[in-house]
Design a protein around this ligand. Structure first.
Ligand code: NAI
Length: 464
């Protein structure tokens, strides 16, 4: 029986980062992982593989729509789906092996198998029980079932994001249930590969919680790209027969029932915390009403010495939120002051164009009754964006009306997922729009659009 200072259960972005940081802080650390490879959902069946497919399908889109405009003539490439999946798998392999290397480098032991906690201070993996002064639960999440609907997932015709990343062939028609991040990213991939994609969404706007102006512009752009949206519709049933699926839904406005056929149905109606088999109930670890592990301000559960981070606890289900919690939790265990600023966690959707946001939306500030100013700048006024056919979209900066302090930013446009971090840093430093506006930005870069939005909060943008 091995003895550790910390055993982390789960080697996703939350768990593996926590394990590495614990080891860096001098704690004897092990990480339990039952998958064949490290990296959790994100690296194996989530963020990374989807980005590979988004990249590949975007290249096809460029070849089909923009190459000829630039004088690059020739037949558009043909899709070799098997090779595209092999490329995606290679990307996964490189990343998961990278984590294995980092574990070795930092002397983190990988305990292979599925872990449970028979009692505080002990972690069971297979037949072996290991002792740990501290345990971090980082078991992540799994696709949630479609609420209020009869749906049986077979990962072939009716799939979650996992099955959508390895379909046997490119479907002719795909129905996506849920216009959230997963539905739109995977819907974009298949739409670009020639699939007819219909998205059925319960609410009246896509990407719940996003800035309303971004939601509208985003939906328009995706519609222009060929995605079809059926809004205000609750899916009630998915039936499969003869290799096809029939999706039944009710329109909320008049309760009328409709159905549509598809070769593949992607269920993307959210994810749920994964805590099965850990033995939490017997331990006395408390859960929230939504099944998340309840923690205090320092990621400690109701049981001393047992911590939890990432998708298994409250907050946005984002890899980078889990990573930050992993680092901070390790620091708390090592007696340092671990901290996560939940007000500055960016969210990115990796479609084309990308969508990114951080901080408050206008809607939230209105509800809070806080006076604010908006500075907006269209990528049409950005030379670099025009050069690469990316003039659609905008940067919207929201600042306090009195103090000019940056409160939020919402971007739809080229490299939005990278641009947003300038504003994250600005917010961490309590910067004003004027601070951003007075910072020299290289020309010609997309980032000038961020500066222009900051200028628009003051005396005005130059290129508007
Ligand atoms: P989501 O919560 O983002 O969106 C689910 C959508 O499904 C909602 O708009 C909801 O109104 C709709 N819906 C629910 N029940 C329905 C029904 N019966 N009929 C029609 N529509 C229905 O969930 P999603 O996209 O599955 O993502 C899960 C999690 O994974 C999210 O927390 C997301 O942030 C995270 N994620 C993040 C990514 C990123 O950061 N780029 C990429 C992929 C996932």
């Amino acid at each position: 029986m091995a003895q550790y200072d910390v055993i982390v259960i789960g080697a996703g972005p939350g768990g593996y980062v926590a394990a590495i940081r614990c080891a860096q802080l001098g704690l004897k650390t092990a990480c339990v992982e039952g998958r064949e490879t490290l990296g959790g959902t994100c690296l194996n069946v989530g963020c990374i593989p989807s980005k590979a497919l988004l990249h590949a399908s975007h290249q096809l889109h460029e070849a089909e729509h923009n190459f000829a405009k630039m004088g690059l003539k020739g037949a558009a490439p043909k899709v070799d789906w098997k090779q595209m999946l092999a490329y995606k798998d290679d990307v996964i392999g490189q990343n998961t092996k990278g984590i294995e290397f980092l574990f070795k480098k930092n002397k983190v032991d990988w305990l292979k198998g599925w872990g449970s906690i028979p009692e505080a201070g002990k972690v069971k993996v297979g037949d072996e029980v290991h002792e740990a002064k501290n345990i971090i639960i980082a078991t992540g999440s799994v696709p949630a079932s479609v609420p209020g609907a009869e749906v049986e997932v077979d990962e072939k015709i009716v799939v979650t994001s996992t099955g959508a990343l390895e379909l046997g062939k490119i479907p002719k028609k795909m129905v996506v249930i849920g216009a959230g991040v997963i539905g739109l990213e995977m819907g974009s991939v298949y739409s670009r590969l020639g699939t007819e994609v219909e998205v059925i969404e319960f609410l009246d706007a896509i990407t719940p919680g996003m800035d309303a102006e971004v939601q509208k512009t985003f939906q328009k752009m995706l519609t222009k790209q060929g995605l079809k949206f059926t809004m205000g519709a609750a899916v009630s049933k998915v039936e499969t027969k003869g290799g096809k699926a029939t999706v039944t839904y009710k329109l909320r406005k008049d309760e009328s029932e409709h159905s549509t056929e598809a070769d593949v149905v992607l269920c993307a109606t959210g994810r749920a915390p994964y805590t099965d088999g850990l033995g939490l109930k017997a331990l006395g670890v408390q859960l929230t009403k939504r099944g998340q592990i309840a923690t205090d301000g320092h990621w400690q559960t109701a049981v001393k010495g047992i911590y939890a981070i990432g998708d298994a606890i409250e907050g946005p289900m984002l890899a980078h939120k889990a990573e930050d919690e992993g680092m901070a939790c390790a620091e708390v265990i090592a007696g340092k002051a671990g901290h996560v600023n939940y007000d500055v966690i960016p969210g990115v959707i990796y479609t084309h164009p990308e969508v990114a946001s951080v901080g408050k939306t206008e809607q939230q500030l209105k509800e809070e009754g806080r006076a604010y100013k908006v500075g907006k700048f269209s990528f049409m006024g950005n030379g670099r964006a025009k050069a690469v056919f990316a003039g659609d979209g905008f940067v919207k900066l929201i600042v306090d009306k009195e103090t000019d302090r940056v409160l939020g930013c919402h971007i739809i446009g080229p490299s939005a997922g990278d641009l947003i971090h300038e504003i994250c840093v600005a917010m961490e430093f309590g910067a004003s729009a004027e601070d951003v506006a007075l910072t020299c930005h290289a020309h010609p870069t997309f980032s000038e659009a961020v500066r222009e939005a900051a200028l628009a909060c003051g005396d005005g943008a130059i290129h508007a």
